[in-house]
Write a protein that binds this ligand. Structure first.
Ligand SMILES: Nc1ncnc2c1ncn2[C@@H]1O[C@H](COP(=O)(O)OP(=O)(O)O)[C@@H](O)[C@H]1O
Ligand SMILES: [Mg+2]
Length: 360
């Protein structure tokens, strides 16, 4: 359905995206996830045909995008700025793309109502845009992007401006509509939760490059590199030195004079190489014996849990965070108290050391 091959775009010396390649099958929901400035919008605009890459090719349905004038492309789009017509009603906004495409006039009202119902705005078509809430306006924009039944839906952070509760509702709503219609969708966001909740596949970008392209559970559970591990979830990193690899697919890493076991990556690393170990906060647990001594330093109350910050004297005073879901009253936390924590070697990931960061 969509084929992006080796796309590079430069602006006056700066590279917006570099050698980006991926393919997307019909009916799938892909999210491009990355921090601000990582090249997400550039890729989306190139797919929409608004921007010509310096290198590489983009095909939609086997046709290079530059061969089709914009009005012939069957692409629906929703951006952060919704660009609704404020002086028109919701129904007139949704009808607009149909009029542009010379859709039979007598069929327009029925089609518009069907799409307003799809986004749960049935009966509200006569309202002006300013008479609708933020979430309702969002739905009008979705209906307008879908009403002409595009082959491809492109979303550029359309939920970013909404408050958290509404944003989380709309994530599920988007997913429902996408599955109902089976429309091939590419969504762009910097919000990891959104990527994990909505997508069949996630492409993680940083500095204009693709860092990982995988289903959401793989992206989260088996991050391809240190950047992906740090961008998704709350991750503890430990700087160490590779001791060696065992025959069982594990590696031994020395951290502050102790040897820790980690899941060995497929890449080649020689003993003595500096490495970063990574373990998710939710994989670290408090234990009665064994494990490692940890000194409590802080507790952040988040309502449904506390995030405990600890220091590990046996591991070169590395700092780690873990979650505490016990319903203890807040007074039970005592800075300086010593506890024991542990994790499974399966949950300890190993990456080549990143020069930008050590223990953190
Ligand atoms: N029109 C432009 N002129 C100059 N630089 C640009 C332009 N558009 C994007 N860039 C630069 O390219 C990089 C990627 O931008 P963008 O694709 O908008 O990232 P994202 O959408 O991930 O925030 C950024 O460093 C940005 O400053
Ligand atoms: Mg952007």
């Amino acid at each position: 359905m969509v084929r992006v091959a080796g796309v590079t775009k430069r602006y006056a010396g700066a590279v917006a995206c570099q050698d980006v390649s991926f393919q997307l099958e019909r009916g799938r929901f892909l999210t491009v996830l990355g921090p601000s400035g990582s090249g997400k919008t550039t890729i989306l605009r190139a797919i929409a045909g608004f921007l010509v890459p310096d290198e590489g090719r983009i095909e939609v349905h086997g046709v290079p995008v530059e061969n089709l004038p914009p009005y012939r492309r069957k692409v629906g789009m929703v951006f952060q700025k919704l660009a609704l017509f404020p002086h028109l009603s919701a129904a007139e906004n949704v009808a607009y793309p149909l009029r542009m495409r010379h859709f039979p006039k007598d069929q327009i009202p029925e089609r518009v109502e069907r799409y307003l119902e799809l986004v749960k705005l049935g009966g509200l078509g006569q309202r002006r845009i300013h008479q609708l809430s933020g979430g309702q306006q969002q739905r009008v924009a979705i209906a307008r992007a879908l009403v002409f039944e595009p082959d491809l839906l492109l979303l550029d952070e359309p939920l970013a401006a909404l408050d958290r509760k509404l944003r989380e509702e709309m994530q599920l709503e988007f997913r429902r509509i996408q599955q109902e219609l089976g429309v091939t969708t590419i969504n762009v966001t910097h919000d990891q939760r959104e990527a994990l909740v909505m997508s069949d596949r996630v492409i993680v970008m940083e500095g204009g490059r693709v860092r990982q392209d995988a289903p959401p559970d793989v992206t989260y559970g088996r991050p391809a590199d240190r950047f992906v591990a740090s961008f998704l979830g709350l991750t503890n990193f430990l700087r160490g030195e590779l001791v060696g690899r065992g025959p069982d697919g594990h590696a031994s890493v020395r951290v502050g004079g102790q040897d820790l076991q980690a899941r060995a990556p497929a890449i080649d690393l020689v003993p003595g190489a500096p490495v970063d170990l990574a373990v998710r906060a939710e994989r670290v647990r408090v234990c009665q014996e064994g494990g490692h001594v940890a000194i409590l330093e802080e507790a952040i109350f988040e309502g449904d849990r506390r995030v405990l910050g600890v220091r590990l004297p046996e591991l070169g005073d590395a700092r780690m965070q873990l979650f505490d879901f016990s319903q203890l009253d807040r007074g039970s936390f005592m800075a300086g108290r010593s506890i024991r924590i542990t994790w499974s070697p399966e949950d300890m990931l190993l990456f080549p050391a990143d020069q930008r960061g050590g223990n953190a």
